[in-house]
Design a protein around this ligand. Structure first.
Ligand SMILES: C[S@@+](CC[C@H](N)C(=O)[O-])C[C@H]1O[C@@H](n2cnc3c(N)ncnc32)[C@H](O)[C@@H]1O
Length: 305
């Protein structure tokens, strides 16, 4: 696989490899209708916002009312941006275009289903060229909160509306703490592509030592050729003190995964990245019952050597 230019300042509103944004929004409008029309929705969103503001993530997502409120407000814009981001990653679109490829994804902290929609969007669009081919995807989602009902509602819609043969688009939800790595689940070696979207920061805030161990465990277990995508809000990473020195957490992640700066002596290499990538909503092209905001984030796409 050839290396790509390391930075880009923006990704397009949509790509030729993604399902159209208005169809993505239709998924949310149709599947979340009950939540979108609930008279308590705004109050529920405010309540979730309050818990998130206080970094009390566990309480923020501890029942379906809060989880569905979160999904109506924040998942659509993330799903749109991930659909564009995934559709802009050459190694991913090449793989999903291959009519023979069986691809396994692991989305850590992906319970709110943005990654599921983003990946489904790219796979289902590319699958339209060879609808009866053998290619298939399995998207495993691990999250500490129980997003089972959200994931199945959204996943079933994609199976029913976006693909000719629904058996080729599979997803599983596992409610578990990814930092409790004593168990053999998930088996990192079986995955082709792993995502950590807007989740690493939370993991570091929860348990720093365990998060370092978790990254090192992926160093050890992921197979050669596996991709790992990490994205976070641009500028959101805090600094971390090790000994007497302070480092940006981003620097720490790159050092754990890729080795000492400039030496490239770690198990992963960076194949594509952006320190500050904008995703802007084209408000003229879509209408959704709630606010859709632009996003700015940084991302790194790593490949295991
Ligand atoms: C900020 S949300 C990001 C959601 C999604 N990845 C996205 O980009 O839209 C972080 C997610 O990580 C999950 N999470 C936090 N700690 C976790 C842990 N230890 N193990 C698994 N999931 C965790 C939360 O429940 C939440 O769903």
């Amino acid at each position: 696989m050839s290396k790509e230019t390391p930075t880009s300042d923006s990704i397009p509103f949509t790509t030729e490899h993604s399902i159209e944004p208005d169809l993505i929004i239709r998924l949310f409008e149709e599947e979340l209708q009950d939540t979108l029309t609930s008279e308590n929705l705004q109050a529920n969103i405010q309540s979730v916002k309050g818990f998130l503001y206080n970094r009390d993530y566990l309480t923020a997502f501890d029942d379906d009312t809060k989880r569905f409120a979160y999904v109506t407000r924040w998942t659509p814009m993330r799903a749109l941006s991930y659909s564009s981001l995934f559709g802009s990653l050459g190694p991913l679109t090449e793989r999903l275009r291959d009519p023979e490829a069986k691809t396994k994804f692991l989305c850590i902290g992906g319970g709110a289903a943005s990654e599921l929609v983003g990946l489904g969007s790219v796979f289902c669009r590319l699958k339209e060229y060879t609808p009866k081919s053998e290619s298939q995807v399995t998207i495993d989602i691990v999250d500490i909160a129980n997003w089972e009902n959200v994931v199945s509602k959204i996943g079933d819609y994609m199976k029913g509306h976006w693909i000719y043969d629904s058996t080729k688009l599979n997803y599983n939800f596992l409610c578990d703490d990814i930092l409790a790595i004593q168990r053999p689940v998930p088996e990192y070696s079986t995955y082709d592509f792993i995502t950590l979207m807007f989740t690493t920061n939370e993991l570091f805030a929860e348990k720093r030592t365990e998060t370092v161990k978790f990254l090192k465990n992926m160093n050890e277990k992921c197979r050669s050729g596996c991709y790992l995508l990490i994205a976070e809000s641009a500028g959101s990473y805090s600094h971390i003190t090790i000994g007497k020195k302070k480092f940006p957490v981003q620097f720490l992640i790159n050092t754990i995964l890729c080795g000492e700066p400039g030496k490239n002596n770690g198990p992963w290499e960076i194949v594509k990245s952006s320190e500050s990538c904008w995703y802007r909503i084209d408000q003229k092209q879509i209408k959704y019952s709630m606010k859709l905001e632009n996003m700015r984030f940084f991302y790194y796409l790593f490949k295991k050597k």
